[in-house]
Design a protein around this ligand. Structure first.
Ligand SMILES: Nc1ncnc2c1ncn2[C@@H]1O[C@H](COP(=O)(O)OP(=O)(O)OP(=O)(O)O)[C@@H](O)[C@H]1O
Ligand SMILES: [Mg+2]
Length: 248
């Protein structure tokens, strides 16, 4: 097993004429929670979609757990998209069951056991037979999370998983993420909140399709010149630096 979970080298990607990722390189060690932060439109979702094999790079390469990424090999990846891709008419349980089948949990007894385990984990056991359309936003979020983790992936991509969660739920998500990393899983989490950022072991600040700073929350704070800086100030410092450099 490699100790690098994600290795991205000189990655570029365009939607039509718009270059969205520009010569982006990033190494993410295994067994940590890695936070991807950046303003709206920075390229976080696009990067995650490339990392899970849903988009193809224009140039550069991506290695996931030591292998070149391809959709066929992506079964060891869990992915919670920014926009939920749930089936509204199906029940919570049917949705999780559906994803379990996609992830090839073919053995029925094992699949049932795993589906039940994750439904309890995200605290939706009581609501398992309700249609997704009848759930609250936070419950849909939890259903989406259950779908992403049902096959126990060693590598999990979560695109803004804590958006719209109440404070208690946010804390329980982070407790759960910490359990996963302690078990050796690697989590890549995009977010806009400094609360999420502070929970991450390492952070990558992204702006205009480039990594403008990378390190532990403390390293990033120190890089701004003062240990008293908040993470939010550090983030704004790097983002504005990037802006100034472009305007020079
Ligand atoms: N399907 C698409 N077709 C065309 N352009 C797109 C598409 N998806 C994203 N883009 C463009 O790519 C750029 C990066 O978008 P992306 O969704 O990756 O940003 P983000 O960092 O995830 O932003 P947010 O914080 O708002 O989620 C934006 O300029 C966006 O308009
Ligand atoms: Mg996004």
């Amino acid at each position: 097993m490699t100790d690098v979970a994600v290795s991205v080298n000189h990655l570029t990607f365009s939607f039509g004429h718009r270059e969205v990722l520009k010569d982006l390189s990033l190494q993410i060690p295994t067994g940590i929670a890695f936070g991807l932060l950046g303003p709206n439109g920075a390229g976080k979702t696009t990067l995650i979609r490339l990392l899970v094999g849903l988009l193809k790079p224009k140039s550069g390469d991506i290695h996931i757990l030591g292998q070149l990424i391809s959709r066929k090999k992506a079964l060891f990846i869990g992915y919670m998209p920014q926009l939920q891709s749930l089936y509204n008419e199906l029940t919570v349980r049917q949705n999780v069951e559906f994803f379990a089948r996609i992830y090839r949990l073919h053995d029925k007894a094992k699949r049932t056991q795993q589906v039940e385990k994750v439904l309890k984990l995200v605290d939706l056991w009581e609501r398992r037979n309700d249609a997704v359309q009848s759930l609250s936003g936070g419950m849909k979020q939890r259903t989406s999370m259950a779908c992403a983790i049902v096959h126990n992936p060693p590598l999990l991509f979560l695109d803004e998983p804590t958006v719209g969660l109440d404070p208690e739920l946010r804390v329980s998500f982070w407790e759960f993420f910490s359990t996963l990393t302690k078990q050796g899983a690697t989590l890549i989490i995009s977010s806009h909140t400094m609360d999420d950022a502070a929970h991450c072991d390492r952070l990558g600040f992204i702006r205009d399709g480039k990594v403008i700073a990378e390190g532990t929350p403390n390293e990033l704070k120190l890089a701004t010149g003062t240990a008293q800086t908040s993470l939010e100030d550090a983030f704004l410092y790097f983002v504005r630096q990037g802006k100034d450099a472009r305007n020079d």
